[in-house]
Design a protein around this ligand. Structure first.
Ligand SMILES: [Zn+2]
Length: 465
């Protein structure tokens, strides 16, 4: 997805897509025992071979609908060896480095998702610049997403294959095999608005998606992998965020081990030299893939899952290697100054502990504010809007004025497309990810008022963290 954007960046830099596909094919043929991060040759469900393919193409004629409601309890999905790997449930781990020792290496903690509860959500919506219209747009997006969920609980970037859609909605994406990525991406706006597999209007929808992710985990010695040929570590990072958030919000122990093992795989996949992440595990990182993994690790810490402190220190080291202007700007695979990578880099820095007094952060904010919001590039908008919202104050108000209503105005309001977005203004991710990708990012941009608690307010410092 942003796989997509990541891919697009690769394509811009050099024609990397064929190389990626080739490398994926090589990995798919590799020996999993020697390469625990490799995409599996044979289908497995949580490490157990099954008769059905791990990656199922969206089908024009889906099989008879196995009711999601009739799915076995989530806790039964994880095999015994998973539980034995880490024990019955994760123990809260206090891996805290004092700010004095290493302010940047300290990881976020506390309930960053508290604003998603119904009461606080309404308060934060009003307090941070949301509106009835923005919330209605989010609800319409969730309705569209729910109507395009496939019968096995997943989503596809080729949303038209849903029998009820049957091609009525235009602009499908092209990465048809990235089902884990599409499913994870679709789950995030539901979770962002307070839905879990146990609570909320869309609990059955969330349940189906979470079930799909658990079912498609591959147990490896390095953790549970959800990378797939099309989306690689993008898929894994997105899936990890979804699982960690679902666990953090529900406290359902049935998700604990799956979430922990997914996080363990992220830690394994970190480039041991540079500290970043890329498409394949343990290769030199890029800022785009790294951003999703760090957001997953942030969610993991918030859920009291184990993330060894050196992983965060390595991520900071990677960001150091991508930065220019002393950390105000960031590049993609080398030190540079690219707007979207800068937005990702700054958000990562915020969650890794940079304070508002940091001159580089202040400079980065001024640069982003001068560039302004964009409805043409939703990947940029997704990260930059979070950065500006965390920064707050007049700069955020001005940003929100330029982002919120123009984005709402672009939401489709006709026919089956009602509630979705498709914006094709040259951002390659939109074309690769299609309407589903655009809808998920736009919905999460409009959830920005409550999706994450503020990092810098006294209230959140004292109560949430
Ligand atoms: Zn449709």
């Amino acid at each position: 997805l942003t796989v997509l954007t990541g891919l697009s960046l690769c394509v811009m830099a050099k024609p990397l897509l064929p190389a990626l596909q080739a490398s994926c094919a090589m990995v798919a043929e590799g020996n999993n025992a020697e390469n625990p991060g490799a995409t599996p040759r044979g289908p497995q469900v949580c490490g157990i071979a099954t008769d059905e393919p791990a990656l199922v193409e969206a089908q024009a004629e889906p099989p008879p609908k196995p009711s999601i409601a009739a799915a076995p309890p989530l806790r039964k999905l994880l095999p015994r060896q998973v539980a034995q790997t880490l024990g019955p449930s994760p123990k809260p781990v206090a891996v805290v480095v004092s700010q004095a020792e290493s302010p940047e290496a300290s990881a976020p903690a506390g309930n960053d998702l508290a604003g998603r509860g119904e009461k606080l959500r309404r308060q934060m919506l009003a307090q941070y610049g949301g509106s009835d219209h923005s919330e209605a747009a989010v609800m319409a997006a969730l309705k569209w997403l729910a109507e395009h969920q496939l019968s096995d609980g997943s989503w596809s970037l080729q949303h038209q294959t849903h029998p009820h859609c049957h091609g009525q909605c235009g602009n499908p994406g092209t990465m048809l095999h990235a089902r884990v990525a599409a499913t994870s991406l679709a789950l995030l706006p539901f979770l962002g608005a307070g839905n879990t597999h146990q609570e909320g209007h869309y609990k059955q929808t969330v349940r189906g998606g979470v079930y799909y992710l658990l079912k498609h985990m591959r147990l490896t010695p390095a953790g549970a992998a959800l990378n797939e040929p099309s989306g690689a570590m993008y898929s894994h990072g997105l899936a990890s965020i979804a699982l960690c958030e679902a666990y953090a919000m529900s406290h359902d122990k049935a998700l604990a081990n799956g979430a922990q093992l997914a996080v363990k795989f992220i830690c394994y996949a970190q480039d041991p030299v540079g500290g970043g992440w890329r498409y394949q595990p343990q290769t030199p990182g890029d800022t785009s893939v790294t951003g999703w993994q760090l957001m997953a690790l942030k969610s993991a810490r918030m859920a009291d899952l184990l993330v060894p402190q050196p992983v965060f220190a390595g991520a900071s080291r990677f960001l150091d290697s991508m930065q220019t202007e002393e950390g105000a700007r960031y590049g993609y695979t080398s030190a540079g100054s690219q707007p979207t990578m800068t937005a990702i880099g700054l958000l990562c820095r915020m969650y890794l502990g940079w304070q508002k007094e940091n001159p580089a952060l202040r400079q980065g904010i001024e640069d982003l504010a001068a560039r302004g919001p964009s409805t043409n590039d939703l990947y940029y908008a997704y990260y930059a809007t979070q950065v500006m919202r965390q920064w707050g104050g007049p700069a955020w108000q001005k940003w929100n004025d330029g982002m919120r209503d123009p984005l709402i105005a672009l939401q489709s309001a006709q026919g089956h497309e009602t509630g979705s977005w498709f914006i094709d203004k040259g951002e390659v991710g939109s074309r690769v990810g299609g309407r589903l990708y655009c809808t998920c990012l736009a919905a999460m941009i409009l959830e920005v008022y409550y999706r994450h608690m503020p990092l810098y307010s006294r209230r959140s410092t004292n109560e949430a963290f």
